[in-house]
Design a protein around this ligand. Structure first.
Ligand SMILES: Cc1ncc(COP(=O)(O)O)c(C=O)c1O
Length: 395
């Protein structure tokens, strides 16, 4: 029988880590492994703007009939505005609503495969754990470009650009829009400019994954690199997520965008993406997109939402400051100051898998073996404890 050939595969390491943390009975345990934002009560709350939009939607929605393969077209337009702002390139961009950025990554990978079956996607080393599996499942080849420098804990820009000089017309270069997952180390605007020059001279297709807009330096600031790039390249693709900045994780809300030489070209590619959607999930779920569109188009709701995202960003920045201060005081060195230079929720600390395991076993502090922490998994009062444990395991 066909199904007899299948043996079980292991749980995702991050999910099994969360389960182990939940089962740990030590009262001082800290979960730095999770991939979602947590507030100072340790919760991942529904945003107030979302609750308000939901109340309005409940009252106004008169049908649950199908929407269409492209999803909510008004949402698609709103998302182009959120990411590209006043960029002229918005006029040659088409978007399709997808089930999260994950859906966008896969739909874009499918259309790249359709257009260029031998294309190679270059990912940062390291990158979001699902990037390589999604690209490979779509049949694309994957290569890594040097990115994280273990010595400085920042981006090794020279090595990155050197590697990308080898990328050509049959290559796709995937860049994180902001708040790099897992490292927290972002490229600066100068590097965005250098990548743009390379994309133009060598003809590779830039692919930006924007999953944390607003969590780094601000809603506009986090899109600055993308907006510089998009104005100068003939074409590119973008995946974006409303999971984090709208807190809509389980509603599976995101978008795939195609910037073409012309709007007609972008729309032609969009029609191919819709064809690919038809062959997979057919239509994206509506609820999250309806809420996001309502928020982005209503001045008061949008202002509310922006305030909430600012609160999240400031809290993450404050936690980074607390942890770096505690490490500076306890170690008497500036070795951990890089934590305040990282953006978004994640930081790679540069510790070994054995040290990460010792954090769990000896100190009840849960983080993945790669040494990535989610700063937002920590309460303010736990910074001293986390610092102490870190210094103990690296000694
Ligand atoms: C870089 C990056 N891209 C994409 C995603 C997927 O997000 P979504 O929940 O929208 O599918 C994530 C989620 O953690 C991410 O970190």
């Amino acid at each position: 029988m066909i199904l007899d050939n299948l043996t079980p595969v292991g749980l995702d390491p991050i999910l099994s880590l969360s389960a182990a943390c939940r089962a740990d009975t030590r009262p001082h345990k800290v979960d730095l492994g999770i991939g979602v934002y947590r507030d100072s009560h340790g919760e991942t709350p529904v945003m107030v703007a979302i609750k308000m939009a939901e109340a309005r939607l409940l009252e106004q929605q008169s049908s649950k009939s199908y929407v269409g393969m492209g999803g909510n077209e008004s949402f698609n337009e709103s998302m182009i505005g959120l990411l590209l702002g006043n960029s002229k390139a918005a006029a040659r961009t088409a978007a399709i609503q997808t089930p999260g950025a994950s859906g966008a990554l896969r739909m874009l990978a499918d259309v790249i495969k359709l257009s260029s079956p031998d294309a190679t996607v270059w990912l940062s080393d390291p990158s979001y754990a699902n990037h390589a599996p999604i690209m490979k499942t779509a049949g694309l080849k994957v290569r890594f470009y040097p990115y994280f420098d273990p010595a400085t804990k920042l981006v090794n820009t020279a090595a990155m650009l050197d590697a990308l000089r080898q990328a050509g017309k049959n290559d796709v270069v995937l860049l994180h829009g902001s708040c790099h997952n897992p490292t927290g180390a972002d490229i600066d605007l100068e590097t965005w400019k250098n990548v743009t020059t390379l994309a133009v001279s060598q003809g590779f297709l830039p692919f930006v994954d924007m999953a944390y807009q607003g969590f780094g330096d601000g809603m506009e600031e986090d899109a600055a690199g993308l907006r510089y790039l998009v104005e100068r390249v003939e074409s590119m693709v973008i995946a974006t997520s409303c999971s984090k900045n709208f807190g809509l994780y389980r509603e599976r809300t995101g978008a795939a965008m195609v910037v073409g030489k012309t709007l007609e070209q972008a729309q032609a590619v969009k029609s191919r993406i819709m064809e690919s959607a038809r062959g997979t999930y057919t239509m994206p779920p509506d609820h999250g997109a309806a809420l996001v569109d309502m928020i982005l188009r209503d001045e008061a709701l949008r202002a509310n939402w922006m305030t909430e995202v600012t609160t999240v960003r400031k809290r993450v920045q404050a936690l980074r400051g607390l942890l770096a201060d505690a490490l500076r005081e306890q170690s008497g060195t500036n070795d951990w100051d890089f934590i305040t230079r990282h953006k978004g929720m994640f930081s790679v600390l540069g510790i070994t898998p054995e040290q990460a395991q010792a954090m769990r076993h000896d100190h009840a502090i849960y983080l993945v073996d790669s040494g990535r922490i989610n700063v937002a998994g920590m309460r303010e009062a736990q910074a001293e404890q986390v610092a102490k444990a870190l210094l103990a395991v690296v000694q």
